[in-house]
Design a protein. Sequence first.
Length: 164
Amino acid sequence: MRSRIFLYLFLFTAMIALYLYVSGSKQLTASNEKAEELEVKLESVQDSLRTTELKVFDLQYFALENNDDALAYYDHLSLDDPARYIADKLLETNERNGDNPLIPYEGMESDFKINKIKVLNHRWIIADFSDGKYWGELFIRYELKDDLSVDFTMAEHLLYTRSN
């Protein structure tokens, strides 16, 4: 009788060990598959990130912030961010009543105002303007003087026409 109890106990223990081995093996396989899927997704995300970084670098090529030669032009001035300062000065031209004086068109829906600004270097700016319905772009020459005043001169302009 005692030997039968040990035999049943041994068989029961062996079955539990077999169950634990099979379920552990399945969990290990599933976690390995999941890890491989995550590695593939990670590689895809890293590729997308590299592509996006290259696009950002391309977009930043024509920017005052990344042009050391143009920034050297402002070394004698005590400006932390010359591009932001110049953009703020250009936006101040919007504060006048009526259309912005740099925009050679009269607003059709309301007054034309400058919306977006990109300071290209120490001499040029490209800007977007709109009246809410119609829009266009400006190419502006500017000069930042030693007294921190800025002179803006509109060089080229473009008004997009709506086609319905």
